[in-house]
Design a protein around this ligand. Sequence first.
Ligand code: GLA
Length: 730
Amino acid sequence: MGICFYEKEKVFQIDTKNTSYVIALIDKEGFVGHAYYGKRLYEADVAYLTRMQEGCRTPETNERDRLSFYDCFPMEYPTHGIGDFRESALRVEDANGHWANKLTYKGHEIFAGKKKLAGLPATWCEKEEDAQTLELTLEDKEAGLEVVLSYSVFADVDAVVRSARIVNVSETTVYLTKAMSASFDMDNRDYDKILLYGSWARERHIDRTPVNYGIQMARSNRGEGGHQEHAFTALLEKNADQNHGEVYGMDLIYSGNFRTLMEKNQFDNIRTMTGINPEDFRWELVPGAQFQTPEAVLVYSEEGLGGMSRCFHDLYRNHLIRGYYRDKKRPILINNWEATYFNFSTEKLLSIARDASALGIEMLVMDDGWFGNRYDDNRALGDWEVNEEKLQGGLGYLVDEVNKLGMKFGIWFEPEMISPESELYKEHPDWAIQVPGRVPGLARNQMVLDISREEVADYIFEKMAKVLHSANIEYVKWDMNRPLSDIASAALPKERQGEIFHRYVLGVYRMQERLLTEFPNLLLENCSGGGARFDAGMLYYSPQIWTSDDTDAIERLEIQEGTALIYPLSAMGAHVSDCPNHTVGRTTPFATRGVVALAGTFGYELDVTKISENDRNQIPEQCRTYHKYNDLVRTGDYYRMASYRETHTHDAYMVVAKDKTEALVTYVMVKRRANSRSRNIKLLGLDPDKTYRIEGQERTYLGSTLMNAGILAEDTWGDNQAWLYHIVEA
Ligand code: GLA
């Protein structure tokens, strides 16, 4: 790792162990261009890559045609309105309503460590020597604007994280209408792109298509990331697969409206960009004020998608996730949602807890329905008082009884919401986001609280804190079950209504930070109608996130594959539920459900008092299996050998310990073929020279044999069968 400024070449070189990112300063005016990002370089003089000798000559040598320069130069942070007609990263309206901006070099600073981003989640380093940062300041003298581009690298991961801070150094108020986190230009090498798409209960499916001319993008304007699109893009060589080929991945540490795009232009260059969605965004910057963008993460790997994923996993596990549970095994939980929905009582919950604890389950999570008049999903959000009709004896009694069984207790909240039929709405109708004079659109019969307002956020936080202080509650599931619409805030003047979406997200971050400060040992799991808020921003607050409301083992293969493309297995909420599955109606073997859920944080989502004897009897063994393998799954390197999405028959992945002394292979045969035989699967990531044994078998194999010749995975009667193979150093 290292960041250097080469004076003579006028080049910044940002190195990780295996990659380089190079920025060049061009001509007397000091245009800042992106020269290179990819495999590590060992000489600095690569400014030629900005093609200054070709058509794109600098204004210095071709003053008569500035526009042709602007429109092809690989600007490091492209502006708007002066002649770069590609997508811009920044758009600012000045006091006269004009929006032309030009940024050139002003100065820079290189220092050890990494600063915090005010109010925003971001990667961090424990010790100063673990990271290095370049702050590159650009200026637009005419406009009185400065942009501080910040780049950090870490000693242990091949990732570059960057963000931008826009400072108004003029004497008049300006309005930001676009402030992206990162942009970089590169030559197209006939790349494919990967975007993640989905729907409720079908999140983060992988979509790989060629990069076409023009702009292709993923975005959200829902106030959260959403189920449908994801703030992630990958560019990859045509022949790149799981284990080979060049891949560029870009993710955004943010939980609100995003836009991530790539644009292939007339010269076959690709500009890739990510940041806050400029649609519906307008931010007032008074003189002296600054705006901090969220942080973007760039990863380059020449080891295919797998290499990229492992890099994201390491970065997020080592430098994003925080807190008490970061490096700990999480308790096996049982959640009552699919078991009872709204229909439960103290006795019902205790009956589940009694059986669950006897079977090895370690925590009871009481889901939606414990507060106010919440007998169904039409009412009571905002009324965070325990419903003692349902919870006879009160919450304290229930938690004590659960604790007596040796189990922890967790609880569900949906803090950002308000039901029109609630005590809170009667008192504070103006706290709900809605456009005055317009009937607001409900979703799940609920509205969104204006969390951008501190007094609203503080009121809800204090209600939550009161409940959490009232009993020994060790886990919170923080849910959010509808997107934002009908945007207006009673607290902001008309020129600042465009700040609501981002202020809302900042409000959520502030509440979660407060929660973790007041309850430092709490295990927080974020959730949004399943997995609509599975993003890197939330991971800064909660080490695990509910992946999807779809708990069907087969549907989960695709959802978990798409999620694990970026996020570590340690973060994926995964549970065993009852069959026929409540979202797709499919029946799968109980054992398979257990094996698939092992790829994440493990738990149950069923009425353990009602399931069949045969299923019940498998729970103790599943719990033992979780304990046996979770350290490995949580901390190891993830490799994928086969994807059901592509094979239409089977799925196979493995996790290898960092020291390569053991590995766990998961193989799921979804669809059995007639007259078929065992399937040969080549393992990945082992030490070729170590000798291994497959647990339960006598003979040993060299790692190279397991990787080059493969293992023979079983093939038995019936669909949806799953196996685990534990590979241990002999
Ligand atoms: C969302 C969550 C579920 C459950 C319900 C409760 O859909 O994803 O797990 O908590 O809300 O209403």
